[in-house]
Ligand binder design. Structure first.
Ligand SMILES: *[C@@H]1O[C@H](CO)[C@@H](O)[C@H](O)[C@H]1NC(C)=O
Length: 146
């Protein structure tokens, strides 16, 4: 009986794990090598891939796209679309979207303050020193259907 219970528990665990593998995208910690399913946002000045955070991965890379938008028009531009969530601002209880720009010959990735309608700035940390705020950028979109 105990054996059966263990088997049953293992089966349930297996199903849960297999099911959870079909999520659209996920964040994953890594050490050393970049995971194969990591999403590249573009290239840096040395032609190396630029990844998103620590670290955005997916088995459905083709379902991601970048949409040109701006701080003023973001809310309108993403109606009916799914902007990938990149973080949470506890102070205003808002979700950051993920943005990118080309700057200094490199793709720069950072959060978009999507929760400020008409003022959804994108920013990134430049040379590990200061924040640069940008009004025109691209937002990362995940599409289930095209
Ligand atoms: C990916 O996009 C295709 C359309 O190009 C769609 O049929 C499919 O359901 C999407 N897959 C996922 C896991 O969202």
């Amino acid at each position: 009986m105990a054996k059966l219970l263990i088997l049953f528990t293992l089966l349930i665990l297996y199903i849960v794990i297999v099911e959870s593998e079909d999520v659209d995208y996920y964040w994953r910690d890594y050490e050393g090598e970049i995971p194969e399913d990591a999403i590249s946002a573009g290239r840096d000045a040395n032609d190396k891939d630029v990844y998103i955070g620590q670290i955005l991965c997916s088995k459905h890379k083709d379902n991601f796209s970048w949409l040109r938008t701006s701080a003023k028009t973001l809310q309108r531009d993403i109606i009916g679309k799914h902007a990938v969530a990149g973080g949470y601002n506890g102070k205003v209880e808002g979700i950051y979207s993920i943005g990118r720009v080309m700057y200094d010959k490199s793709t720069q990735v950072g959060p978009i303050s999507s929760f400020y309608p008409g003022n959804a700035d994108f920013y990134f940390v430049y040379k590990n020193k200061h924040f640069l705020f940008i009004k025109t950028y691209e937002v990362l979109i995940y599409s289930k259907e095209h």
